[in-house]
Design a protein around this ligand. Structure first.
Ligand code: GLN
Length: 308
């Protein structure tokens, strides 16, 4: 395959770009190696090609959000989840204390307010917080096609400085969007964000979305096609937070970023793409990740609005 050569060239092009900063608000993430760089393509036929740091682990962070949204929709059905979390782009930062006026419903599942709420409705009704986290980690593992684990150090580090997410959760509790102890929900959500993945894992997870919910490596139907359509639509409109419009025009595929430096994109029916580079722009999106995706989009005509 020519893909690894292409990816090696693309990485060499963005390599010198030192712009951006590590996520500073989670002390343990600020200690990451900023030089890491990797990219992987996983096709819906199960081919996986990468270059650079494809097997280095890092925490999934917000890239967990679309997958746990998929699990919640799948476990509970659409209506109960939509009653608690909307699907409108907020145009605001990921950690904005942003809810609909009146109802207190988070605007979408990609911002923290929405993702914390989604975590609370993942799994069957009536699970304990620990059972729910287990369900979430097993679900994320099914998307990746291998057993994933939690980085306890990053998890503890984020929990210790989680004042903002705790504030969001308490506000959601006051509106009755959360119905249990806000601290337990944030704890579970932060464990979800602390799941360790590689760039290769993320590409396979994205490819599972591109492949109607069937993991192209294991053949497992993780969630059904209707759930995937919902998730990809929300990624397309809200996945890049307040940079969603730039992304939609420049790259044009459903995507999701995480503050550890991961970035995924899914082109339905074709490929899942993942990149890893920890320095972030002002929106909390990977600087070199965004530039790699811009390059992939123009080189390969990935944009969903372009006629092939
Ligand atoms: N765990 C992080 C948080 O809640 C995830 C944020 C992100 O990756 N954008 O702040």
């Amino acid at each position: 395959s020519i893909v690894p050569d292409y990816l090696t060239d693309a990485l060499a092009d963005v390599e010198p770009n030192m712009q951006g900063e590590l996520a500073g608000y989670i002390p343990e993430l600020a200690a990451a190696d900023p030089g890491r760089l990797g990219a992987v393509f996983a096709t819906v036929d199960g081919e996986v090609h990468g270059a650079g740091d494809v097997d280095v682990t890092f925490t999934i962070q917000s890239i967990s959000k679309p997958f746990v949204y998929a699990l919640a929709l799948s476990d509970r059905g659409f209506a109960p989840v939509l009653a608690k979390v909307g699907v409108e782009p907020s145009g605001e930062a990921f950690n904005e204390i942003s809810v609909e006026r009146g109802t207190g419903r988070p605007r979408n599942p990609m911002i923290n307010a929405g993702a914390i709420t989604v975590h609370s409705v993942a799994g069957a009704e009536g699970l304990t917080p620990t059972e729910r986290v287990d369900r979430v980690i097993r679900g994320l593992s099914a998307f990746a096609g291998r057993d994933l684990t939690v980085d306890e150090t990053v998890c503890a580090s984020e929990m210790e400085s989680a004042h903002r997410n705790l504030a969001i959760a308490h506000m959601l509790r006051s509106y009755g969007i959360l119905t249990e102890d806000p601290r337990a929900v944030v704890d579970g959500y932060i464990r979800q964000c602390s799941v360790l993945v590689t760039t290769r894992d993320l590409a396979v997870m994205a490819a599972t979305l591109a492949n109607r919910g069937v993991n192209p490596r294991t053949g497992q139907q993780v969630v059904d096609a209707a759930v995937v359509r919902q998730v990809l639509s929300v990624m397309a409109t809200c996945g890049m937070y307040d940079a969603a419009g730039d992304w939609a025009t420049q790259v044009g595929i459903p995507a999701k970023s995480g503050v550890a430096g991961g970035l995924i994109g899914a082109l339905p029916g074709q490929v899942g793409i993942a990149t890893f580079s920890p320095r972030l722009d002002a929106h909390g999106n990977s600087v070199r990740g965004v530039s790699l995706f811009e390059r992939f989009a123009s080189d390969m005509g990935l944009h969903v609005m372009e006629v092939p």
